[in-house]
Design a protein around this ligand. Sequence first.
Ligand code: ADP
Ligand code: ASP
Ligand code: MG
Length: 458
Amino acid sequence: MKIMKFGGSSLADGGRISTVLDIVTVNHRVERVCVVCSAMGGVTDGLLDAAAQAAAGLEVFTDQARAIRTRHLEVAAELCPDDDELARCVGRLCDELEELLHGVLLVRECTPRTMDLIAGYGEQLSTTIIAAALRRSGLSARYVDGREIIRTDAAHGSAAVDFASSYELIRTHLDGDDLPVVTGFIAATAAGVTTTLGRNGSDYTASIIGAGADATAIEIWTDVDGVYSADPRFVPRAFVLPEISYQEAMELSYFGAKVIHPYTMVPAVERGIPLRIRNTLTPELPGTLIASHTSSRAFVTGIASIENVALVNVEGGGMVGSTGMAGRIFSSLAAARINIVMISQASSEHSICFVIPDRDAERAIRALEEELASEVHQKKVQQFTAERDLEIVAVIGEKMRGKPGVSGRLFQTLGENGINVLAIAQGSSEMNISFVVHRCDRERTLNAVHDAFFGGME
Ligand code: ADP
Ligand code: ASP
Ligand code: MG
């Protein structure tokens, strides 16, 4: 069986969904297919926003919910005219959604658990319509709710998967020779409470199902021709990579290439299932193959970046040789639920700097002030500040390992272009060099580094 996942960009409107139906039909003739659907483009954002408005007591959520209803009813009518049962199903889901939002308005709060419940309606709506449209084309499509086959813990917003029980459920539910059409993104706890796999999580759904069903391939269908050497929105000379390794895909996606969710590679690697990124609008193209080994000889594969980050520096003579300092710093941030994106420590141990999401900067400073109050008082540690509005850029490539001169070329390029580097980190895996620059230098940095490593290759 092959898994075919279609993202929100491939499901933007009735026309795009028709293209998806054609692609599925052609593939289903050749081998058994399992379809995984995201919400229609922009719907998850709309749902989260409607829930936030309702929690704030703002009635505007009713207009947002009505717009979601109208959009889905119109697409259902366009693809399956006169299918009253489908219109009723879509209507029922929208009624439930409106009731939930009304409940949020009444209690004036939306807990992460309720947020997950609301966010999951986008996938239920799109999948209901696509399964009905495939049945109308004569295929034996069956709607499958992701909550029946993917078990997670209760970490709402980005739940952790229980692979053993999920694989078992996938094997039993997807047995047979029909065409399962599965909601991406949503899952459930053992008690049946709805959870989600994090934003962009439908990619992850596809690979969990792929591993559970021992699929031959997992295809992620989107709106670009594959994984590019850099984000094509910022780097006009970026080009499609014919193949990259699982590790490289993981690093690129972790560092901002949102074309694939970083966790997607984990179940696929485990079972050695190849992943392919393909474009719904150009199905004749091969896309990018993600597998364990590649024949590419380039030592740098791609460049990615994460925006809206802040750099915090903890510095002071009292830190030298003092055990437990790093542990206390990072534990205090963990207790404040702040995610650390990058860490760098000079071997003098005089300072540790780390990068966090910009929105958490003030909370991080408060957490550190509390934790290190006595060290600051005794002047062992200087007062800390966060430098904001920064960008992390990462240069990634498995074949950089053991290849001298890559950093030399990188930092020479940055120097020649007058780009100021605020911090640098390289893991000992040597497949990623990351550095921090000012946000305003992002495009210049990405393009200069791209030219330095790929000049003339496009
Ligand atoms: P979908 O709706 O199909 O899940 P996404 O919007 O999540 O699609 O991901 C596709 C987008 O990822 C592309 O439109 C592109 O703008 C962006 N992107 C960022 N970096 C890269 C990259 N290196 N290669 C390809 N696309 C990238
Ligand atoms: N619909 C969800 C989101 O927008 C999941 C996905 O599209 O992959 O994040
Ligand atoms: Mg996506």
